[in-house]
Ligand binder design. Structure first.
Ligand code: OAD
Length: 242
């Protein structure tokens, strides 16, 4: 590991981590855009990750998410997630995690205050605005579960294509990007906005932007440096004490 990069971490007052699917690749969670194993190489996002798709084929979409949810239940945080959480414990208040991942692995690793911009696959919520009959303790089981009175469906609490990001998380992420003096961009292709735009926000505010990704990404042009390494191999060295 380049000593200069470690020095960037040591001297940083405020670090923001912007993570994407590659962060969890070494845990066994597939990415989206890998040419062979990525989910969007095998499945059409327009058929699975939009509100229109869910309304058209609720059972198909529900089952697809249920399968991913079950797979994620069976994996573990990797050395990259753990190195970030460990840094936060050793340096309270110095590192903010902003993630596009819905897998909850940063949280499982022990990271606090994770800003999950695309939601959480372990949770669900009402598809349509809940009426008086839509009660959390009276959800009828099914694929998807639903309100037994009006039929309102439960849907995965993730952000689908064409949907807004959760306002509070996005505002907090924007603030963290503006306030940091080092942003680590880990395991994202940088193709999906507004999340990807946070790297430029940090750079324009004067922060160093260090990319950790074994491949080139759309954000390389805003990077101060690109570290061609995987999350689980690089982050323990980068964020470790010795
Ligand atoms: P992508 O699949 O687009 O990109 C994954 C990135 O991780 C690629 O640049 C890989 O080179 C890199 N990568 C692979 N293995 C890695 C490893 N072990 N260590 C570090 N990097 C590695 O995933 P995202 O950028 O997260 O949106 O995709 C953004 C959004 O598009 C996702 O949040 C999802 C998807 O549609 C929603 O669900 C709303």
């Amino acid at each position: 590991m380049d000593e200069e990069l470690r020095a960037w971490v040591r001297s940083a007052r405020a670090i923001a981590v912007l993570s994407g699917a590659g962060m969890s690749a070494e845990s066994g969670v597939p990415t989206f855009r890998d040419a062979l194993t990525g989910l969007w190489a095998r499945f059409d996002p327009q058929q699975l990750a939009t509100e229109a798709a869910f309304r058209r084929q609720p059972q198909l979409v529900w089952d697809w998410y249920a399968e991913r949810r079950a797979a994620i239940d069976n994996v573990q945080a990797n050395a990259g997630h753990l190195a970030i959480a460990d840094f936060q414990r050793r340096h309270p208040g110095r590192l903010t995690v902003i993630t596009q991942n819905v897998d909850g692995l940063h949280q499982r690793a022990g990271s606090a205050g994770v800003l999950a911009l695309h939601g959480n696959i372990a949770q669900d919520r009402w598809l349509d605005a809940p009426r008086a009959c839509c009660q959390a303790d009276a959800i009828a089981p099914g694929r998807p579960p639903h309100c037994p009175v009006c039929g309102n469906l439960r849907r995965p609490a993730v952000v689908w294509f064409g949907e807004m990001l959760p306002e509070a998380e996005l505002a907090a992420a924007q603030a963290a990007a503006e306030a940091c003096d080092l942003m680590l961009v880990v395991g994202t292709s940088g193709e999906v906005y507004p999340a990807a735009g946070l790297a430029a926000v940090a750079r324009e505010a004067g922060a160093r932007v260090l990319i950790v990704n074994p491949q080139a990404s759309a954000l390389d042009r805003v990077a101060t440096h690109c570290l061609r390494a995987t999350a689980a191999s690089a982050l323990p060295l980068l964020l470790g004490d010795d």
